[in-house]
Design a protein around this ligand. Sequence first.
Ligand SMILES: *Cc1c(COP(=O)(O)O)cnc(C)c1O
Length: 483
Amino acid sequence: MNTEFSVENEYDLANLIYKIGIRMSLYQSLPSVDKILKTADGVTLITEFGHSAVVNICRQLIEQGRESIKNENKLPHFFTDFKYTIETIRNKLQQQQQVNIQSVYNLTGTVLHTNLGRALWSEVAQQAALTAMQQNVALEYDLDTGKRSHRDHYISELLGQLTGAEAACVVNNNAAAVLLMLATFAQGKEVIISRGELIEIGGAFRIPDIMQQAGCKLVEVGTTNRTHLSDYRNAINENTAFLMKVHSSNYQICGFTKSVSEQELVKLANEFNLPVITDLGSGALVDLSQYGLPSEPTVQEKWAQGVDLISFSGDKLLGGPQAGIIVGKKAWIDRLQSHPLKRALRCDKVILAGLEATLRLYLQPEKLSEKLTALYLLTQPVNELLAKAEQLKTALQEKLGTDYLLQIEDSSAQIGSGSQPLAIIPSVAVTISTEIPGKLTALLQRFKRLPQPIICRVEKEKIWLDLRSLASLALLLETVKQL
Ligand SMILES: *Cc1c(COP(=O)(O)O)cnc(C)c1O
Protein backbone atom coordinates (compact mmCIF):
# COMPACT_ATOMS: atom_id res chain seq x y z
CA MET A 1 0.00 0.00 0.00
CA ASN A 2 1.13 3.53 -0.72
CA THR A 3 1.54 4.77 2.86
CA GLU A 4 1.96 8.36 1.78
CA PHE A 5 -1.63 8.44 0.62
CA SER A 6 -3.21 6.11 3.19
CA VAL A 7 -6.27 7.72 4.77
CA GLU A 8 -7.54 6.51 8.12
CA ASN A 9 -9.08 9.61 9.66
CA GLU A 10 -9.96 13.23 8.99
CA TYR A 11 -6.51 14.35 9.92
CA ASP A 12 -5.01 12.11 7.23
CA LEU A 13 -7.53 13.39 4.74
CA ALA A 14 -6.69 17.01 5.43
CA ASN A 15 -3.05 16.16 5.17
CA LEU A 16 -3.60 14.40 1.87
CA ILE A 17 -5.49 17.31 0.39
CA TYR A 18 -2.72 19.60 1.51
CA LYS A 19 -0.06 17.42 -0.12
CA ILE A 20 -1.97 17.13 -3.37
CA GLY A 21 -2.38 20.88 -3.35
CA ILE A 22 1.32 21.42 -2.97
CA ARG A 23 2.09 18.95 -5.66
CA MET A 24 -0.37 20.53 -8.05
CA SER A 25 1.09 23.94 -7.46
CA LEU A 26 4.57 22.53 -8.02
CA TYR A 27 3.49 21.03 -11.34
CA GLN A 28 1.89 24.33 -12.25
CA SER A 29 5.07 26.20 -11.47
CA LEU A 30 7.01 24.21 -14.08
CA PRO A 31 7.55 26.42 -17.10
CA SER A 32 6.38 25.27 -20.54
CA VAL A 33 8.86 24.93 -23.39
CA ASP A 34 7.13 27.78 -25.15
CA LYS A 35 7.40 30.04 -22.17
CA ILE A 36 11.14 29.46 -21.90
CA LEU A 37 11.70 30.02 -25.61
CA LYS A 38 9.80 33.29 -25.63
CA THR A 39 11.93 34.96 -22.98
CA ALA A 40 14.84 37.16 -24.08
CA ASP A 41 17.28 34.55 -22.74
CA GLY A 42 15.46 31.81 -24.64
CA VAL A 43 15.75 33.78 -27.87
CA THR A 44 19.48 34.27 -27.30
CA LEU A 45 19.94 30.53 -26.76
CA ILE A 46 18.10 29.78 -30.01
CA THR A 47 20.28 32.24 -31.90
CA GLU A 48 23.38 30.58 -30.51
CA PHE A 49 22.48 26.88 -30.62
CA GLY A 50 19.47 26.59 -32.93
CA HIS A 51 15.80 25.88 -32.19
CA SER A 52 15.70 22.08 -32.07
CA ALA A 53 18.61 21.57 -29.66
CA VAL A 54 17.20 24.15 -27.22
CA VAL A 55 13.74 22.57 -27.39
CA ASN A 56 15.19 19.12 -26.71
CA ILE A 57 17.05 20.27 -23.63
CA CYS A 58 13.99 22.17 -22.33
CA ARG A 59 11.87 19.03 -22.68
CA GLN A 60 14.50 16.98 -20.84
CA LEU A 61 14.63 19.45 -17.96
CA ILE A 62 10.84 19.68 -17.66
CA GLU A 63 10.65 15.89 -17.60
CA GLN A 64 13.29 15.84 -14.85
CA GLY A 65 11.23 18.44 -13.00
CA ARG A 66 8.13 16.22 -13.14
CA GLU A 67 10.13 13.22 -11.88
CA SER A 68 11.49 15.27 -9.02
CA ILE A 69 8.00 16.44 -7.98
CA LYS A 70 6.62 12.90 -8.23
CA ASN A 71 9.45 11.26 -6.30
CA GLU A 72 10.62 13.98 -3.92
CA ASN A 73 7.77 16.47 -3.70
CA LYS A 74 10.03 19.30 -4.72
CA LEU A 75 11.35 21.22 -7.67
CA PRO A 76 14.89 20.52 -8.83
CA HIS A 77 17.35 23.31 -8.14
CA PHE A 78 17.33 24.51 -11.76
CA PHE A 79 13.60 25.38 -11.58
CA THR A 80 13.78 27.33 -8.34
CA ASP A 81 14.89 30.44 -10.22
CA PHE A 82 14.63 31.25 -13.92
CA LYS A 83 18.25 32.40 -13.90
CA TYR A 84 19.29 28.82 -12.95
CA THR A 85 17.05 27.36 -15.62
CA ILE A 86 18.75 29.32 -18.38
CA GLU A 87 22.18 28.60 -16.94
CA THR A 88 21.47 24.86 -16.88
CA ILE A 89 20.16 24.85 -20.44
CA ARG A 90 23.26 26.72 -21.62
CA ASN A 91 25.59 24.33 -19.77
CA LYS A 92 23.87 21.32 -21.26
CA LEU A 93 24.05 22.77 -24.78
CA GLN A 94 27.76 23.43 -24.33
CA GLN A 95 28.37 19.95 -22.91
CA GLN A 96 26.76 18.48 -26.02
CA GLN A 97 29.62 19.91 -28.04
CA GLN A 98 32.39 18.61 -25.82
CA VAL A 99 34.47 15.91 -27.48
CA ASN A 100 34.96 12.85 -25.32
CA ILE A 101 38.16 11.88 -27.07
CA GLN A 102 39.77 14.60 -25.00
CA SER A 103 43.41 15.36 -24.30
CA VAL A 104 45.10 13.67 -21.36
CA TYR A 105 48.61 13.78 -19.90
CA ASN A 106 50.50 10.55 -20.49
CA LEU A 107 52.55 9.96 -17.35
CA THR A 108 52.42 6.18 -17.64
CA GLY A 109 56.03 5.87 -18.81
CA THR A 110 54.83 4.03 -21.91
CA VAL A 111 55.71 6.38 -24.74
CA LEU A 112 53.74 4.76 -27.58
CA HIS A 113 50.65 3.94 -25.53
CA THR A 114 48.03 2.27 -27.75
CA ASN A 115 45.13 3.20 -25.44
CA LEU A 116 46.28 6.82 -25.41
CA GLY A 117 46.65 7.12 -29.18
CA ARG A 118 50.26 5.95 -29.77
CA ALA A 119 52.72 8.33 -31.45
CA LEU A 120 52.28 12.08 -31.15
CA TRP A 121 52.67 13.78 -34.50
CA SER A 122 55.68 15.93 -35.14
CA GLU A 123 55.20 19.62 -35.80
CA VAL A 124 55.66 19.32 -39.57
CA ALA A 125 53.21 16.43 -39.79
CA GLN A 126 50.59 18.46 -37.93
CA GLN A 127 51.10 21.35 -40.34
CA ALA A 128 50.81 19.13 -43.41
CA ALA A 129 47.67 17.49 -42.05
CA LEU A 130 46.10 20.84 -41.21
CA THR A 131 46.70 22.06 -44.75
CA ALA A 132 45.11 18.92 -46.13
CA MET A 133 42.11 19.43 -43.87
CA GLN A 134 41.58 23.07 -44.73
CA GLN A 135 42.47 23.17 -48.40
CA ASN A 136 42.25 21.17 -51.56
CA VAL A 137 45.45 19.23 -52.14
CA ALA A 138 47.08 17.51 -55.10
CA LEU A 139 46.15 14.10 -53.72
CA GLU A 140 45.68 12.20 -56.94
CA TYR A 141 46.71 14.91 -59.35
CA ASP A 142 50.02 15.29 -61.14
CA LEU A 143 50.80 18.99 -61.32
CA ASP A 144 53.32 18.53 -64.15
CA THR A 145 51.09 16.65 -66.55
CA GLY A 146 47.69 17.72 -65.24
CA LYS A 147 46.72 14.08 -65.25
CA ARG A 148 45.48 11.79 -62.56
CA SER A 149 48.15 10.28 -60.35
CA HIS A 150 48.19 7.80 -57.46
CA ARG A 151 47.59 8.83 -53.86
CA ASP A 152 50.45 6.63 -52.60
CA HIS A 153 52.87 7.98 -55.22
CA TYR A 154 54.88 10.47 -53.13
CA ILE A 155 55.13 8.17 -50.16
CA SER A 156 56.19 5.32 -52.38
CA GLU A 157 59.02 7.43 -53.81
CA LEU A 158 60.13 8.57 -50.37
CA LEU A 159 60.14 5.08 -48.92
CA GLY A 160 62.15 4.00 -51.93
CA GLN A 161 64.80 6.56 -51.05
CA LEU A 162 64.73 5.65 -47.39
CA THR A 163 64.64 1.87 -47.55
CA GLY A 164 65.81 0.92 -51.02
CA ALA A 165 62.53 -0.89 -51.70
CA GLU A 166 61.05 -0.60 -55.19
CA ALA A 167 57.56 0.60 -54.24
CA ALA A 168 55.10 1.04 -51.40
CA CYS A 169 51.42 0.75 -50.63
CA VAL A 170 49.69 2.57 -47.75
CA VAL A 171 46.56 1.39 -45.94
CA ASN A 172 44.64 2.15 -42.76
CA ASN A 173 46.88 0.24 -40.33
CA ASN A 174 49.26 -2.68 -40.20
CA ALA A 175 46.44 -5.15 -39.52
CA ALA A 176 44.88 -4.00 -42.79
CA ALA A 177 48.27 -4.34 -44.50
CA VAL A 178 48.53 -7.98 -43.43
CA LEU A 179 44.94 -8.63 -44.49
CA LEU A 180 45.55 -7.09 -47.91
CA MET A 181 48.73 -9.11 -48.52
CA LEU A 182 47.02 -12.34 -47.56
CA ALA A 183 43.89 -11.63 -49.59
CA THR A 184 45.91 -10.63 -52.67
CA PHE A 185 48.37 -13.49 -52.80
CA ALA A 186 46.93 -16.34 -50.80
CA GLN A 187 43.18 -16.51 -51.23
CA GLY A 188 42.29 -20.21 -51.45
CA LYS A 189 45.96 -21.08 -51.01
CA GLU A 190 48.36 -21.98 -48.22
CA VAL A 191 50.62 -19.74 -46.18
CA ILE A 192 53.45 -21.31 -44.23
CA ILE A 193 54.29 -19.79 -40.86
CA SER A 194 56.18 -20.92 -37.77
CA ARG A 195 54.18 -21.92 -34.67
CA GLY A 196 56.44 -19.55 -32.74
CA GLU A 197 55.02 -16.60 -34.70
CA LEU A 198 51.25 -17.16 -34.44
CA ILE A 199 50.86 -13.97 -32.54
CA GLU A 200 48.04 -12.06 -30.99
CA ILE A 201 48.43 -8.29 -30.83
CA GLY A 202 46.11 -6.42 -28.48
CA GLY A 203 42.60 -5.75 -29.70
CA ALA A 204 41.89 -9.20 -31.14
CA PHE A 205 44.39 -9.09 -33.97
CA ARG A 206 45.39 -12.73 -34.28
CA ILE A 207 47.36 -14.00 -37.22
CA PRO A 208 45.24 -17.20 -37.56
CA ASP A 209 42.00 -15.18 -37.55
CA ILE A 210 43.28 -12.75 -40.17
CA MET A 211 44.29 -15.72 -42.33
CA GLN A 212 40.77 -17.05 -42.10
CA GLN A 213 39.26 -13.68 -42.95
CA ALA A 214 41.48 -13.47 -46.02
CA GLY A 215 40.34 -16.92 -47.12
CA CYS A 216 43.71 -18.63 -46.86
CA LYS A 217 44.85 -21.80 -45.23
CA LEU A 218 47.36 -21.48 -42.46
CA VAL A 219 50.06 -24.12 -42.47
CA GLU A 220 51.81 -24.12 -39.11
CA VAL A 221 55.29 -25.53 -38.98
CA GLY A 222 57.80 -26.24 -36.22
CA THR A 223 57.00 -25.89 -32.55
CA THR A 224 56.49 -22.93 -30.26
CA ASN A 225 60.16 -22.67 -29.37
CA ARG A 226 61.94 -24.25 -32.34
CA THR A 227 61.38 -24.08 -36.07
CA HIS A 228 63.94 -25.32 -38.61
CA LEU A 229 64.40 -24.55 -42.28
CA SER A 230 63.49 -28.18 -43.07
CA ASP A 231 60.09 -27.62 -41.44
CA TYR A 232 59.32 -24.95 -44.04
CA ARG A 233 60.79 -27.05 -46.86
CA ASN A 234 58.64 -30.06 -45.98
CA ALA A 235 55.47 -27.97 -45.93
CA ILE A 236 55.91 -26.44 -49.40
CA ASN A 237 53.62 -27.87 -52.09
CA GLU A 238 51.96 -26.71 -55.32
CA ASN A 239 49.29 -24.90 -53.30
CA THR A 240 51.71 -22.76 -51.29
CA ALA A 241 51.22 -19.00 -51.84
CA PHE A 242 54.14 -17.66 -49.80
CA LEU A 243 56.26 -18.05 -46.70
CA MET A 244 55.47 -15.67 -43.90
CA LYS A 245 57.48 -14.24 -41.01
CA VAL A 246 55.86 -12.29 -38.20
CA HIS A 247 58.01 -10.23 -35.89
CA SER A 248 57.31 -11.29 -32.31
CA SER A 249 56.87 -7.69 -31.20
CA ASN A 250 55.04 -8.08 -27.94
CA TYR A 251 56.66 -11.21 -26.48
CA GLN A 252 59.92 -13.10 -26.45
CA ILE A 253 60.66 -16.77 -26.60
CA CYS A 254 63.76 -17.45 -24.52
CA GLY A 255 65.82 -20.48 -23.67
CA PHE A 256 66.06 -23.48 -26.01
CA THR A 257 64.99 -21.76 -29.17
CA LYS A 258 65.56 -21.81 -32.91
CA SER A 259 63.96 -19.73 -35.59
CA VAL A 260 64.74 -19.33 -39.25
CA SER A 261 66.09 -15.98 -40.40
CA GLU A 262 64.64 -14.14 -43.35
CA GLN A 263 67.90 -14.70 -45.22
CA GLU A 264 67.64 -18.48 -44.99
CA LEU A 265 63.95 -18.37 -45.78
CA VAL A 266 64.48 -16.24 -48.88
CA LYS A 267 67.04 -18.72 -50.21
CA LEU A 268 64.57 -21.58 -49.77
CA ALA A 269 61.67 -19.60 -51.24
CA ASN A 270 63.75 -18.74 -54.31
CA GLU A 271 64.18 -22.45 -55.07
CA PHE A 272 60.41 -22.70 -55.42
CA ASN A 273 59.82 -19.25 -56.91
CA LEU A 274 57.75 -18.22 -53.88
CA PRO A 275 57.68 -14.81 -52.19
CA VAL A 276 58.61 -14.20 -48.55
CA ILE A 277 56.48 -11.74 -46.64
CA THR A 278 57.36 -10.21 -43.27
CA ASP A 279 54.99 -8.50 -40.86
CA LEU A 280 57.49 -6.36 -39.00
CA GLY A 281 55.05 -4.76 -36.54
CA SER A 282 56.70 -1.61 -35.30
CA GLY A 283 59.19 -1.40 -38.12
CA ALA A 284 61.92 1.07 -37.30
CA LEU A 285 63.43 3.07 -40.16
CA VAL A 286 66.59 3.85 -38.17
CA ASP A 287 68.81 1.76 -35.96
CA LEU A 288 67.64 2.62 -32.46
CA SER A 289 70.81 1.37 -30.79
CA GLN A 290 72.63 4.53 -31.97
CA TYR A 291 70.45 6.38 -29.42
CA GLY A 292 71.14 3.84 -26.71
CA LEU A 293 67.66 2.39 -27.14
CA PRO A 294 66.80 -1.31 -27.41
CA SER A 295 67.13 -2.09 -31.10
CA GLU A 296 64.30 -3.25 -33.32
CA PRO A 297 64.91 -4.83 -36.72
CA THR A 298 64.78 -2.15 -39.42
CA VAL A 299 62.83 -2.18 -42.63
CA GLN A 300 66.04 -1.59 -44.61
CA GLU A 301 67.63 -4.65 -43.04
CA LYS A 302 64.72 -6.89 -44.07
CA TRP A 303 64.70 -5.51 -47.61
CA ALA A 304 68.45 -6.11 -47.87
CA GLN A 305 67.85 -9.70 -46.78
CA GLY A 306 65.70 -10.19 -49.87
CA VAL A 307 62.23 -10.16 -48.34
CA ASP A 308 59.62 -9.49 -51.06
CA LEU A 309 57.11 -7.53 -48.99
CA ILE A 310 57.52 -5.94 -45.55
CA SER A 311 54.64 -4.42 -43.61
CA PHE A 312 54.77 -2.13 -40.58
CA SER A 313 52.74 0.48 -38.66
CA GLY A 314 52.82 4.24 -39.16
CA ASP A 315 52.08 5.19 -35.55
CA LYS A 316 54.48 2.96 -33.68
CA LEU A 317 58.24 3.60 -33.82
CA LEU A 318 57.90 5.40 -37.14
CA GLY A 319 56.30 8.19 -35.12
CA GLY A 320 53.60 9.24 -37.57
CA PRO A 321 49.87 8.81 -38.12
CA GLN A 322 48.00 5.53 -37.87
CA ALA A 323 48.72 3.72 -41.10
CA GLY A 324 49.88 0.39 -42.44
CA ILE A 325 52.81 0.55 -44.83
CA ILE A 326 53.89 -2.18 -47.19
CA VAL A 327 57.19 -1.86 -49.04
CA GLY A 328 58.80 -4.30 -51.42
CA LYS A 329 59.09 -5.47 -55.01
CA LYS A 330 57.19 -3.37 -57.52
CA ALA A 331 55.46 -6.28 -59.20
CA TRP A 332 53.93 -7.40 -55.90
CA ILE A 333 53.04 -3.87 -54.79
CA ASP A 334 51.25 -3.30 -58.13
CA ARG A 335 49.10 -6.33 -57.42
CA LEU A 336 48.25 -5.03 -53.94
CA GLN A 337 47.35 -1.65 -55.41
CA SER A 338 44.92 -3.18 -57.90
CA HIS A 339 43.17 -5.49 -55.44
CA PRO A 340 39.58 -4.29 -54.72
CA LEU A 341 40.25 -4.42 -50.96
CA LYS A 342 42.91 -1.71 -51.34
CA ARG A 343 40.15 0.75 -52.23
CA ALA A 344 38.38 -0.10 -48.98
CA LEU A 345 41.53 0.13 -46.89
CA ARG A 346 43.20 3.20 -48.38
CA CYS A 347 44.15 6.26 -46.29
CA ASP A 348 42.64 9.71 -46.56
CA LYS A 349 44.46 12.91 -47.55
CA VAL A 350 45.04 14.02 -43.93
CA ILE A 351 46.82 10.82 -42.97
CA LEU A 352 48.82 10.70 -46.20
CA ALA A 353 49.95 14.32 -45.78
CA GLY A 354 50.96 13.66 -42.16
CA LEU A 355 52.76 10.48 -43.14
CA GLU A 356 54.65 12.14 -45.98
CA ALA A 357 55.83 14.95 -43.69
CA THR A 358 56.89 12.40 -41.06
CA LEU A 359 58.88 10.36 -43.58
CA ARG A 360 60.61 13.50 -44.91
CA LEU A 361 62.14 13.99 -41.46
CA TYR A 362 64.02 10.72 -41.99
CA LEU A 363 65.87 12.33 -44.93
CA GLN A 364 67.75 14.43 -42.33
CA PRO A 365 68.66 11.77 -39.79
CA GLU A 366 70.86 13.96 -37.56
CA LYS A 367 67.83 16.13 -36.78
CA LEU A 368 65.48 13.22 -36.22
CA SER A 369 65.68 12.93 -32.43
CA GLU A 370 64.93 16.64 -32.18
CA LYS A 371 62.05 16.81 -34.65
CA LEU A 372 60.32 13.45 -34.48
CA THR A 373 58.30 13.69 -31.28
CA ALA A 374 58.29 9.96 -30.51
CA LEU A 375 62.06 9.74 -30.80
CA TYR A 376 62.51 12.98 -28.89
CA LEU A 377 60.57 11.55 -25.96
CA LEU A 378 62.38 8.22 -26.09
CA THR A 379 65.81 9.85 -26.16
CA GLN A 380 65.43 12.62 -23.57
CA PRO A 381 68.44 12.45 -21.25
CA VAL A 382 67.70 11.35 -17.69
CA ASN A 383 69.08 14.58 -16.21
CA GLU A 384 66.51 16.58 -18.20
CA LEU A 385 63.77 14.35 -16.89
CA LEU A 386 65.12 14.87 -13.40
CA ALA A 387 64.86 18.66 -13.76
CA LYS A 388 61.27 18.28 -14.99
CA ALA A 389 60.47 15.97 -12.08
CA GLU A 390 61.72 18.61 -9.61
CA GLN A 391 59.36 21.20 -11.08
CA LEU A 392 56.41 18.84 -11.08
CA LYS A 393 57.12 17.77 -7.50
CA THR A 394 57.20 21.38 -6.29
CA ALA A 395 53.95 22.21 -8.06
CA LEU A 396 52.21 19.13 -6.66
CA GLN A 397 53.59 19.61 -3.14
CA GLU A 398 51.97 23.03 -3.03
CA LYS A 399 48.57 21.54 -3.83
CA LEU A 400 48.72 18.31 -1.88
CA GLY A 401 50.02 19.55 1.46
CA THR A 402 51.19 17.22 4.19
CA ASP A 403 48.81 14.30 3.66
CA TYR A 404 51.00 12.95 0.90
CA LEU A 405 54.66 12.06 0.65
CA LEU A 406 56.22 13.10 -2.64
CA GLN A 407 59.52 11.72 -3.86
CA ILE A 408 61.62 11.65 -6.98
CA GLU A 409 62.60 8.13 -7.93
CA ASP A 410 64.27 6.22 -10.74
CA SER A 411 61.65 4.71 -12.99
CA SER A 412 61.49 2.25 -15.87
CA ALA A 413 59.83 3.51 -19.00
CA GLN A 414 58.88 1.49 -22.06
CA ILE A 415 58.64 2.10 -25.78
CA GLY A 416 55.14 0.62 -25.91
CA SER A 417 52.99 -0.63 -28.81
CA GLY A 418 54.55 -4.04 -28.43
CA SER A 419 58.08 -2.84 -29.24
CA GLN A 420 60.66 -4.60 -27.10
CA PRO A 421 58.30 -5.44 -24.24
CA LEU A 422 61.11 -6.57 -21.98
CA ALA A 423 63.40 -3.66 -22.66
CA ILE A 424 63.42 -0.95 -20.09
CA ILE A 425 64.34 2.68 -20.75
CA PRO A 426 65.77 4.58 -17.77
CA SER A 427 63.42 7.27 -16.58
CA VAL A 428 62.46 9.48 -13.64
CA ALA A 429 59.14 9.68 -11.81
CA VAL A 430 57.51 11.73 -9.11
CA THR A 431 55.99 9.18 -6.74
CA ILE A 432 53.19 9.90 -4.33
CA SER A 433 52.33 7.81 -1.29
CA THR A 434 50.21 8.32 1.81
CA GLU A 435 49.54 6.61 5.14
CA ILE A 436 45.94 7.76 5.20
CA PRO A 437 43.53 5.06 3.98
CA GLY A 438 41.58 5.91 0.84
CA LYS A 439 43.66 9.00 0.10
CA LEU A 440 45.58 7.50 -2.81
CA THR A 441 42.39 6.44 -4.58
CA ALA A 442 40.90 9.85 -3.88
CA LEU A 443 43.91 11.53 -5.49
CA LEU A 444 43.67 9.30 -8.56
CA GLN A 445 40.06 10.45 -8.88
CA ARG A 446 41.13 14.09 -8.64
CA PHE A 447 43.72 13.46 -11.38
CA LYS A 448 41.03 11.97 -13.60
CA ARG A 449 38.61 14.84 -13.04
CA LEU A 450 41.05 17.54 -14.14
CA PRO A 451 40.10 19.45 -17.33
CA GLN A 452 42.97 17.53 -18.93
CA PRO A 453 43.16 14.31 -16.89
CA ILE A 454 46.46 12.83 -15.72
CA ILE A 455 46.96 9.16 -16.59
CA CYS A 456 49.62 7.41 -14.51
CA ARG A 457 50.78 4.09 -13.03
CA VAL A 458 50.05 2.69 -9.58
CA GLU A 459 52.76 0.39 -8.29
CA LYS A 460 53.93 -0.66 -4.85
CA GLU A 461 51.07 1.36 -3.31
CA LYS A 462 52.39 4.53 -4.86
CA ILE A 463 51.30 6.74 -7.70
CA TRP A 464 54.06 6.97 -10.32
CA LEU A 465 54.14 10.03 -12.54
CA ASP A 466 56.73 9.06 -15.14
CA LEU A 467 58.21 12.01 -17.00
CA ARG A 468 59.51 10.08 -20.05
CA SER A 469 56.13 9.90 -21.80
CA LEU A 470 55.03 13.47 -21.02
CA ALA A 471 54.80 15.74 -24.06
CA SER A 472 54.55 19.15 -22.36
CA LEU A 473 55.57 19.96 -18.79
CA ALA A 474 54.48 23.60 -19.12
CA LEU A 475 50.89 22.59 -19.85
CA LEU A 476 50.90 20.03 -17.07
CA LEU A 477 52.08 22.61 -14.52
CA GLU A 478 49.19 24.86 -15.57
CA THR A 479 46.72 22.03 -15.06
CA VAL A 480 48.17 21.04 -11.69
CA LYS A 481 47.22 24.53 -10.44
CA GLN A 482 43.60 23.47 -10.85
CA LEU A 483 43.96 20.33 -8.78
C1 LIG B 1 51.24 -3.83 -33.89
C2 LIG B 1 51.35 -4.99 -34.79
C3 LIG B 1 50.34 -5.27 -35.73
C4 LIG B 1 49.12 -4.39 -35.85
O1 LIG B 1 49.46 -3.14 -36.33
P1 LIG B 1 48.37 -1.94 -36.30
O2 LIG B 1 49.06 -0.83 -37.01
O3 LIG B 1 48.08 -1.68 -34.88
O4 LIG B 1 47.18 -2.44 -37.03
C5 LIG B 1 50.50 -6.35 -36.55
N1 LIG B 1 51.58 -7.15 -36.46
C6 LIG B 1 52.57 -6.92 -35.56
C7 LIG B 1 53.72 -7.84 -35.49
C8 LIG B 1 52.48 -5.84 -34.69
O5 LIG B 1 53.45 -5.60 -33.79
